[in-house]
Design a protein around this ligand. Structure first.
Ligand code: CP
Length: 313
């Protein structure tokens, strides 16, 4: 059987393919009835070896709204991984039962190992501190719906830029567009990895680093807040010292643009005060909704199901 495409990293998709996914996601909202049975008799497995709310449930909601079925597990402890089974054996087994697999694993590279053991498409739903490409698709759809473009944007990335895999994938995606500038706001200990700095330099993307959110805010079109990733720290004392480095509140937002788009992949801990949620610039729950629409489009794409033409193209 011919191996279908996987999605391991956002760079597995061309910019044209991303634009097509966005068009299909928008068409799904415009014409839900056209899609409600399109995945009948197809099955998605969600294999989550790490906790998740949005990614797993939006994948499952996506498949159900396409008329398909879902099965899987939400923690390593409820699978035979708890008995010592390897990722490759788990994927080789589950690949016999389903048409497509979304998996999250704490080890970087686990989805690549999984993809080598099955002919069904593997979607990386987050691998350690590495990549989270479907969050990036979610972020791109949110940016497109709110700003109508990907170019000429100044994007502030704030918080844990070292371990925050959503930030890494977003940088990889946005360096493809013209006149994008990044402002990297983090404590010194949580700066982005050097390979991403090299990547931005090679793409001739402007970037700067600061520890000061308030000074950076007025220039930003998009502010992407992130949680300090407790689960990736070796030392609890370091986590406690750094966890509240940035707390966005209404007072700080007085210095921001009226058209600012505030994003966060969620879950949040303290980094955005709940008083910000009702500000029209707060887009993070809208972002979570976009996650379902783009995952519907992605499932169709990876299964090779044509949508019969979108209404708007
Ligand atoms: N954004 C995100 O990955 O959220 P979950 O961990 O809840 O899936």
């Amino acid at each position: 059987m011919e191996k279908l495409r996987n999605l391991i990293n956002i760079t597995d998709l061309s910019t044209q393919e991303i634009e097509e996914l966005i068009q299909v996601a928008d068409d799904i909202v415009a014409r839900p009835e056209h899609y409600q049975d399109i995945c009948q008799h197809k099955k998605l497995a969600t294999l989550f070896f790490e906790p998740s709310t949005r990614t797993r449930l939006s994948f499952e909601a996506a498949m159900l709204e396409l008329g398909g079925s879902v099965l899987g597990f939400s923690s390593a402890n409820s699978s035979s991984a708890a008995k010592g089974e390897s990722v490759s054996d788990t994927i080789q087994t589950v690949g016999n039962y389903v048409d497509i697999i979304a998996m999250r694993h704490p080890k970087e590279g686990a989805p690549v190992v999984g993809a080598s053991r099955t002919s069904v498409p593997i979607i990386n739903a987050g691998d350690g501190g590495h990549f989270h490409p479907t969050q990036t698709l979610t972020d791109l759809l949110t940016i497109h719906r709110k700003k109508g473009r990907f170019d000429h944007l100044t994007i502030g990335l704030c918080g844990d830029l070292k371990f925050g895999r959503t930030v890494h994938s977003l940088i990889e995606a946005m360096t493809r567009y013209d006149s994008v500038e990044f402002v990297l706001i983090s404590p010194n200990e949580l700066q982005i990895p050097n390979y991403l700095k090299h990547l931005m330099d090679e793409a001739q993307v402007k970037w700067s680093e600061t520890t000061d959110l308030e000074t950076a805010l007025p220039a930003l079109d998009i502010l992407y807040m992130t949680r300090v990733q407790k689960e990736r720290f070796f030392n609890e004392a370091d986590y406690i010292r750094l966890k509240d480095s940035y707390i966005l509140d209404l007072d700080k937002l007085r210095h921001a643009q009226e058209e600012l788009v505030i994003m966060h992949p969620l879950p949040r801990v303290n980094e955005i005060a709940t008083e910000v949620d009702d500000d029209p610039r707060a887009c993070y729950f809208f972002q979570a909704l976009c996650g379902k629409h783009i995952r519907m489009a992605l499932i169709l794409f990876l299964l090779g199901i044509t949508t019969g033409g979108t209404q708007n193209v």
